[in-house]
Design a protein around this ligand. Structure first.
Ligand code: SF4
Length: 481
């Protein structure tokens, strides 16, 4: 959600006449889009701001803006601690950034504007998509749950659903521009509809998106086990363009700890969902988030988590050692687990999950898969003369570069020959190449970099392409950040 917000910030600023700054020289504007779910988010922010103070003093007219969850939380504190910041804006008013920057320049004083609730659904704002072939589409923002470790409800507010017609219109517009893969986004994506009074709204939305001609891959993140109903499983299984990939946050396998976390499902329900998903889609790749060392977690509780991991056989898991997030109920709980105990449990969990990930990946060897060629996914591609992309279930595949030109957004068919715990290799020749509209769109972008009337140079911290989900799992183990 945060990455997609950054795309919106880029779009807004480009519309206002800013252009992306190059690597050399000092930018005229730096925007921090902060995430309070991350561990040490505040230390990192103030460290970065400290480094920028001398840059700003030598670069006349430079502006610094801080937005996102941490800005929503810290508000005035930011300009108290770093008085050289020009604008502080929250999660509900990102559309105001250009106006706030202007006001700060005219009034020569910091502008702090935090709204308590959303004014406009953020996807109606201009967006500068980082990828030509894959896009995020927000269907809801906020969350009605109150997980005790999570800061999201406090900072993103109650769930607000976007109307299905607006979501589908945005997807159609993206497909017209060449996008062939979309990821539907929500803090609690499958609760979609609670705001619209329709409990099956999410499965209906999946089916309706599946009707959009030209759209080849639909994903979503992140669902909550509580709201994961049978109609969603049926829609996934019966809609050919909905990929058989599911990121389902477990957080803990212990019923006692789930209760303390205020997560309303229990181990039996979680494993029941996994069973049903596998019955309907035997090839489904299921990943998860797990928190180790939540306050009060005993060895028995941890063993329950290990049990679920053995049973569920996740393709991969984003594992986190619990750490306090100020402002959350869990941060006040007694019985915080000693660091050494958490570390030892964490190491055991990682070892088990690595073994399972590798075993599950080995089952892919010998399979023929269609890969969506990605940009920037294979760090060693140049050295190894390979390209990289994503299988339908989102596994990362590195494959031999074919003789004919292949562009990000094109599709290739390959046979998997080797499995590592976190990627697959196709070492033989590419079996076929399918040039796509997405590849054309990518090529067009390369030929014509967006030219805008140069006004102000924009320095926006780098943001990634949305092809690799789950992109970056939350340090606090939150569902959908
Ligand atoms: S962890 Fe997920 S479901 Fe729980 S409060 Fe945070 S965003 Fe909502």
């Amino acid at each position: 959600m945060n990455v997609h917000d950054s795309e919106r910030l880029s779009g807004l600023l480009e519309d206002a006449g800013y252009v992306k700054a190059g690597q050399d020289g000092d930018p005229d504007l730096v925007v921090f889009n902060t995430c309070a779910v991350r561990e040490n988010a505040d230390n990192k922010l103030y460290g970065n701001l400290g480094q920028l103070a001398p840059v700003k003093s030598r670069h006349k007219g430079m502006q610094i803006a801080v937005g996102g969850c941490l800005a929503q939380k810290d508000r005035d504190t930011i300009v108290q601690k770093a008085p050289w910041v020009d604008v502080v804006f929250g999660t509900h008013n990102i559309g105001h950034l250009p106006a706030l920057l202007e006001r700060a320049a005219v009034e020569k004083k910091a502008q702090v504007e935090i709204l308590e609730s959303l004014e406009t659904f953020p996807s109606t704002l201009p967006t500068r998509r980082e990828s030509a072939y894959a896009a995020w589409v927000a269907i809801s923002v906020g969350c009605n749950n109150t997980c005790t470790f999570c800061i999201v409800p406090a900072l993103r507010g109650k769930e607000e659903d976007r109307r299905p017609g607006d979501v589908l219109a945005e997807i159609e517009a993206l497909v017209d521009e060449g996008v062939i893969e979309v990821t539907l986004l929500g803090q609690n994506v499958n609760a979609y509809g609670s705001d619209l009074g329709d409990r099956e709204a999410f499965s209906k939305l999946l089916r309706a998106a599946g009707q959009i001609e030209g759209l080849e891959r639909i994903r979503f993140t992140s669902p909550h086990p509580r709201d994961f109903t049978d109609d969603v499983i049926a829609a996934m299984a019966e809609t050919p363009t909905v990929m058989h990939q599911l990121h389902m946050p477990l957080q803990s396998g212990s019923d006692r700890i789930l209760k303390a976390m205020r997560r309303s499902y229990r181990q039996e329900r979680f494993l029941g969902i996994i069973r049903k998903v596998r019955e309907a889609m035997p090839d489904a790749a299921i990943s998860t988030d797990i928190i180790v060392g939540f306050p009060g977690e005993t060895e028995e509780d941890f063993e329950e988590t290990m049990h679920v991991v053995r049973e569920a056989r996740f393709t991969n898991a984003f594992t986190f050692q619990y750490s306090k997030r100020p402002g959350t109920p869990a941060a006040e709980m007694e019985e915080q687990v000693p660091k050494a105990v958490v570390q030892a449990r964490y190491d055991r969990l990682i070892a088990l999950q690595e073994e399972i990930s590798w075993e599950e990946n080995k089952k892919q060897v010998g399979r023929t898969l269609e890969i969506l060629v990605a940009e920037g996914e294979g760090k060693k591609d140049d050295k190894t003369d390979r390209l990289s992309g994503r299988a339908p279930d989102n596994r990362l595949v590195h494959f031999t570069k074919p003789a004919e030109p292949v562009r990000p957004g094109d599709m290739v068919t390959v046979e998997i020959t080797y499995a590592a715990p976190h990627h697959l290799l196709a070492e033989g020749p590419v079996l076929s190449v399918r040039r796509t509209r997405a590849g054309d769109a990518w090529e067009k972008r390369q030929a014509k970099p967006a030219a805008k009337p140069a006004g102000v140079m924009l320095g926006l911290p780098g943001i990634g392409a949305p092809a690799s989900l789950p992109l970056a799992a939350p340090a606090g183990g939150c569902c959908g950040d």
